[in-house]
Design a protein around this ligand. Structure first.
Ligand code: TYM
Length: 329
């Protein structure tokens, strides 16, 4: 492999990819894939931390995620697209890192506390769930990744990955593990239809593969400037939940008209939503056409090739890591 810097990122196969994933993360992946050695992983073991009762459902979601990535423009010729569970070294490194990770670091992790509250209906009092950030650190550190493009919610995990790398290097008197840097897009926390972070579990998402006719009612339901009760009230795009979408999707030349129309009340929210619907359709239709052409065999070939390339890298790096702790037997 060439001497380009490495990028690692992953997504859980737990649902359809939505606009938050696209503008929060994929937009960065698209820029990075030309310049860096990129490893993009379908992290199906991570999905098991919450979906352990339905592993079959997780596996069924894997091809759809790969389809979403490729139809978004992620190029399997330029980057390594692979499935985490096909590269067993992730599990081995996770085990070794779990030996050196103090429990307090995991118990204090804000995402651990938040998720336990949000997923109160699920029994996630498991070692696997507590150890989620350790497995994530293993994913990243195994590829000696310099940079990790993610959304804002992943920052505490990245901080932990750096701390674990530091602790490993300190304990074993080495500089083998690289402390990874996070890379955020400007939309690292894209709001959903209701103004909370767009998320599959909140039911407030627009999926990249949603049929266009299903998107219209979603756009109609979008929260706008809550102080604007009547069309004759002037609005404020800077606090409107819909305006960020125009900035991402609508022809920039049209933005001043929309902004002005909202502020002087010559445009109503319905007009604004109509334009957004057109922008969404123009953005999603070509992607959905590409998606329809990616068949099961293509996905299988992409993963077979990616798994092989990831495995080759991971076997070499794991040998170096074992060597660093005197376990290269
Ligand atoms: P996951 O599968 O929950 O989400 C995948 C990525 O999408 C980002 N994201 C968003 N960004 C902006 N706005 C939103 N509304 C939004 N919703 C989701 C997430 O921040 C994430 O970057 N722990 C990871 C998966 C993972 C991983 C890794 C990531 C496992 N190992 C190693 C990077 C490196 C997760 O649960 O992502």
């Amino acid at each position: 492999m060439s001497e380009k810097k490495r990028v690692f990122s992953g997504m859980r196969p737990t649902g359809q990819l939505h606009l938050g994933h696209y503008f929060g993360v994929i937009a960065n992946w698209l820029d990075l894939q030309a310049e860096f050695n990129c490893f993009f992983s379908v992290v199906d073991w991570h999905a098991m931390t919450t979906e352990y009762a339905d592993p079959w459902k997780v596996q069924k979601m894997v091809p759809g995620l790969v389809r979403d990535w490729v139809s978004s423009g992620i190029d399997p010729e330029k980057c390594v697209i692979f499935q985490q569970s096909a590269v067993k070294e992730h599990a081995e490194l996770s085990l070794l890192l779990s030996m050196i990770t103090p429990l307090g670091w995991l118990e204090r992790c804000p995402t651990y506390k938040e998720q336990r509250e949000q997923l109160a209906a699920k029994d996630i009092n498991t070692m696997g769930f507590l150890g989620y950030p350790v497995l994530m650190a293993a994913d990243i550190l195994l590829y000696f990744a310099h940079a990790v493009p993610v959304g804002q919610d992943q920052l505490p995990h990245l901080e932990l990955a750096r701390e674990i790398a530091r602790r490993f290097n300190h304990l074993y008197e080495t500089d083998l593990l690289i402390e990874p840097q996070d890379l955020l897009t400007a939309e690292a926390k894209l709001p959903g239809l209701d103004g909370r972070k767009m998320s599959k579990s909140y039911g407030n998402a627009i999926a990249l593969s949603d049929p266009i006719e299903d998107i219209l009612p979603k756009v109609r339901s979008m929260l706008t400037d809550k102080n604007r009760l009547r069309k004759s009230d002037p609005g404020d795009p800077s606090i409107c939940n819909l305006f960020p979408y125009h900035k991402l999707l609508t022809d920039p030349a049209k933005l001043p008209e929309i902004e002005e129309g909202c502020r002087n009340a010559s445009w109503g929210c319905v007009d604004c939503k109509k334009v957004l619907m057109e922008s969404l359709e123009a953005f999603l239709t070509p992607m959905q056409e590409r998606r329809a052409k990616i068949d099961d065999d293509t996905v299988r070939d992409i993963l077979a090739d990616g798994n092989k390339r990831a495995r080759e890298f991971a076997q070499r790096s794991m040998a170096q890591i074992r060597d660093a702790i005197g376990y290269d037997i």
